[in-house]
Design a binder for this molecule. Structure first.
Ligand code: SAH
Length: 215
């Protein structure tokens, strides 16, 4: 019989996150708490803690745990922030963010995925996460400014509309590059303009929208 889910989650945190380079204890604790298995389609549950992205239907994926942790760590959240999560997908990253910030808005362009994520978030007791449907490259001007914005899909360049919706010192974390390979970029809104810190190479599904790739 496979080990209990909480044992598998703890192992994921130790072997895939801590053993690499994730050091933020709040992020590690959040990833140990959120029931990732609920965000994975039922027939793939036995792979829920694999060190990989997994298909969730509609040609989309739930991100690899390591990338979720890196994005959350790069946002440097303290707990009081309002954050925006672009590319809801399964809702997993939004749930992890809900453990780290005060208010979470997440936006998805595929209505069926948004609807499923809404149900899963409720099932996992994150019903306070607000799920929106629309083009996330334009952000959510009605709810801005945000202390942090996480994008879980690849953009051809830094999406200006999102950067503009950051609070002073807020951070935008987004994979930027080509369709087939990107770098996770961290842009901090400073008084002198965007301070860009590059981090790991990565590969995400494309961000499709006005300030993203064409469909
Ligand atoms: N954070 C997700 C990973 C989702 S993959 C998780 O934890 O499961 C990226 C998602 O971004 C896909 O669901 C895709 O449909 C969505 N997406 C792509 N372009 C988008 C856009 N312009 N606005 C909102 N969502 C978008």
């Amino acid at each position: 019989m496979p080990p209990e889910l909480d044992v598998q989650r703890r192992r994921m945190v130790e072997e895939q996150l801590r053993a690499r380079d994730v050091v933020d204890e709040r992020v590690l604790a959040a990833m140990e708490r959120v029931p990732r298995e609920l965000f994975v389609p039922e027939r793939r549950r036995r792979h829920a803690f694999a060190d990989a992205a997994l298909s969730i239907g509609a040609g989309q994926t739930i991100s690899q745990p390591y990338m979720v942790a890196r994005i959350c760590e790069a946002l440097a959240l303290r707990g009081h922030e309002r954050v925006l999560d672009v590319g809801t997908g399964s809702g997993y990253q939004a749930a992890v963010l809900a453990e780290l910030a005060a208010e979470v808005h997440t936006i998805e362009r595929v209505p069926e995925l948004a609807e499923r994520a809404r149900r899963t978030l409720a099932e996992a007791a994150y019903e306070h996460v607000r799920v929106h449907v629309g083009d996330g490259t334009l952000g959510l001007p009605g709810h801005a400014p945000f202390g942090g914005i996480a994008v879980a899909a690849a953009a051809p360049r830094l999406p200006d509309a999102l950067f503009e919706q950051l609070e002073p010192h807020g951070r935008l974390v987004v994979p930027v590059g080509r369709r087939r390979g990107q770098e996770l970029l961290v842009a901090v809104r400073s008084t002198e303009g965007p301070a860009i810190v590059r981090s790991v190479p990565c590969r995400f599904v494309p961000l499709v929208g006005e300030q993203g790739f064409d469909a």
